[in-house]
Design a protein around this ligand. Structure first.
Ligand code: FAD
Length: 424
C-alpha cells in the first residue's frame, strides 16, 4: 500500500469502526483507521467495559456482605475506590492492548488524529445484462445499442462539503471517482440523473446529455446524463480534467475504448431533453417574443441585450406530456418560462391553473425565503420550457445590475398580475 493510498479509510476506532476495519482487512483490503482519541472508543474506555468492571466490583462487595447467607464467613470493611478504579483501568488497559495488537496484526494502519469526510458519492455497478429493470427503464438504456453486453454503473451525486465546493475538492473527488469507476469497477457507461440546474456543472466534468426521457424522482423531474470513461475525444471537447486519465486504462495493451459511433444520434446534443447552445435558446426565445401579441410574456418586457444574456445562461428543457415539471414542497429556485405546450398547476387533485406559452412557473419559489414550491406542475401536452437559475440572476446583480433589475422587474410583474388576476 502506498503511503497515501488504501482501499478503505475508517473514521473512528470505536466498536463500529474497528469491527469494519478488521472485517475489511480480513477480506484482503488495505485499511487506514483514523482515531482522534484511543481505539476502542466509548465502549472500551467510557462505556460497556468500565461500567461492567465497576459492576463486577460491586457484585463482589454485595457477595462479601451477604456471604453469611451462604454459610461463608467474611468481613466487609468498605470499598477502596482507588483500588476499584485501578482494577477497572487494568481491565481497560488489557483490552486496549489486545485490540491494538489485533489491529496491528491484521496490517491496519492507525492514524492518530481527527478525520473529516469532505465529499462522497455512491457507484452501483452492474455486470452486462444485470441492470435492474427499474434502472434500465429510468435511464432509457434500451436506446443504447449493445449496452446490454457491457458492464454499466449508476453514479450517485457527488456530494462535496459546502466549504470545499468550487475548490480542489471537486477535482480530487472526481478524479478518485473516475479511477474507481473506470479502473477498479470497470464499467463502460455510467448513468446519473440530476436537477436541471446542475446539468451545466456535470457537463464540465464530462457527463453528457442524451436522447433519454427525463427521470421522475422524489425531487422532481431530473435530467439523465451518461459518462463514457473511454471517450477521450468527448472528454477533451467538454474540457473535462478527466480526459488525460483515459490513457491509464484504455489503448494499446489495455482495454479497448467503447465504440461510441453507434450512439452518435443518441448522444447528439440536439436530441437531448435539455439543450444548452445559446443559438438554439436565442432562436426559441426570439420566436416567443415575436408571438408576443398572441402570448404576452415577461420575456417581451426585456431588452434584446438582456434576452441574449439569458440565452447564454439559460437552457431549454423538453417535458413530455404527463411528466411532472415540479412538485409542491420541493426546494427549487429555478424559473421556467413556457415556450411550447400547456402546463397544469395543481395541488394534488385540485387544478389551480392551466398555463401556456409565455407564462412563467416558479416565481414564488424564486422570491420566497424557503424556496419551496407552492404547487405541482405537470405537462398537459408535450412542452418546452426555458430554465433560468436563481443563482444566475444573483450573479447578474453584481456583474450587470441593470440587466438583473430588468429580469427582477419582469418577474415582479408576473407575481403582481397573478396576485390580482389569478390564471384559471
Ligand atoms: C455508560 C455506557 C455503557 C454502555 N454499555 C453498553 C453495553 O453494556 N453493551 C452495549 O452493547 N453497548 C453499551 N454502550 C453503548 C456502546 O458503547 C456504543 O454503542 C458503542 O461504543 C458505539 O460504537 P461506535 O463505534 O459507533 O462509537 P464510539 O464507540 O463512540 O466510537 C467512535 C470513535 O470515533 C472517534 N472519532 C469520532 N469522530 C472522529 C473523527 N472525526 N476522526 C477520528 N476519530 C473520530 C472517537 O474518538 C471514538 O473513538 C454503552 C455506552 C455507554 C455510554
Amino acid at each position: 500500500m502506498a503511503d497515501n493510498q488504501c482501499d478503505l479509510v475508517v473514521l473512528g476506532g470505536g466498536s463500529g469502526g474497528y469491527a469494519a476495519a478488521l472485517r475489511a482487512a480480513e477480506l484482503g483490503r488495505s485499511v487506514v483507521l483514523v482515531e482522534k482519541d484511543k481505539v476502542g472508543g466509548t465502549c472500551l474506555h467510557r462505556g460497556c467495559i468500565p461500567t461492567k468492571a465497576l459492576l463486577h466490583a460491586g457484585e463482589i462487595a454485595d457477595q462479601a456482605r451477604e456471604s453469611a447467607a451462604f454459610g461463608v464467613k467474611t468481613t466487609f470493611d468498605g470499598m477502596d475506590m482507588p483500588g476499584v478504579h485501578k482494577y477497572k483501568d487494568s481491565v481497560i488497559a488489557k483490552n486496549h492492548k489486545g485490540l491494538t495488537g489485533l489491529i496491528k496484526g491484521r496490517g491496519i494502519k492507525v492514524v492518530d488524529g481527527e478525520g473529516r469526510l469532505t465529499g462522497t458519492t455512491r457507484i452501483r455497478r452492474w455486470e452486462a445484462g444485470q441492470v435492474p429493470a427499474k434502472d434500465w427503464a429510468a435511464f432509457s438504456m434500451e436506446r443504447f445499442e449493445g449496452l446490454r453486453d457491457m458492464p454499466t454503473a449508476e453514479i450517485g451525486r457527488l456530494m462535496i462539503e459546502p466549504g470545499r465546493r468550487g475548490q480542489m475538492g471537486l477535482v480530487s473527488m472526481s478524479c478518485a471517482v473516475y479511477q474507481m469507476y473506470a479502473g477498479e469497477l470497470v464499467a463502460d457507461a455510467g448513468f446519473i440523473n440530476c436537477a436541471a440546474g446542475l446539468v451545466r456543472h456535470y457537463r464540465l466534468l464530462g457527463f453528457r446529455t442524451y436522447a433519454g426521457d427525463m427521470v421522475p424522482t422524489a425531487d422532481g423531474i431530473e435530467v439523465p446524463l451518461v459518462l463514457i470513461p473511454s471517450d477521450r475525444a468527448y472528454l477533451e471537447q467538454a474540457g473535462s480534467f478527466m480526459a488525460p486519465f483515459t490513457d491509464l486504462f484504455y489503448g494499446a495493451g489495455k482495454r479497448a475504448p467503447v465504440d461510441v459511433g453507434r450512439w452518435t444520434r443518441l448522444l447528439d446534443a440536439d436530441s437531448a431533453p435539455v439543450r444548452f447552445d445559446a443559438a438554439a435558446v436565442w432562436e426559441r426565445v426570439s420566436r416567443l417574443r415575436q408571438a408576443a401579441d398572441e402570448h404576452p410574456s415577461m420575456i417581451e418586457t426585456l431588452s434584446e441585450d438582456t434576452v441574449r444574456k439569458l440565452g447564454d445562461k439559460g437552457f431549454l428543457m423538453n417535458i413530455p406530456a404527463g411528466h411532472l415539471l415540479t412538485e409542491k414542497g420541493l426546494t427549487q429556485r429555478e424559473i421556467f418560462v413556457i415556450l411550447e405546450g400547456a402546463f397544469e398547476v395543481h395541488d394534488r387533485e385540485r387544478r389551480i391553473a392551466l398555463l401556456g406559452p409565455g407564462e412563467v412557473i416558479g416565481e414564488v419559489g424564486f422570491f420566497g425565503t424557503s424556496g419551496r414550491r407552492m404547487a405541482s406542475v405537470t405537462a398537459a401536452s408535450d412542452g418546452q420550457v426555458l430554465v433560468l437559475r436563481r443563482r444566475f440572476v444573483d450573479e447578474l446583480m453584481h456583474s450587470d445590475p441593470a440587466c438583473a433589475a430588468e429580469v427582477l422587474f419582469g418577474l415582479a410583474r408576473v407575481l403582481a398580475d397573478r396576485q390580482y388576476a389569478p390564471a384559471s
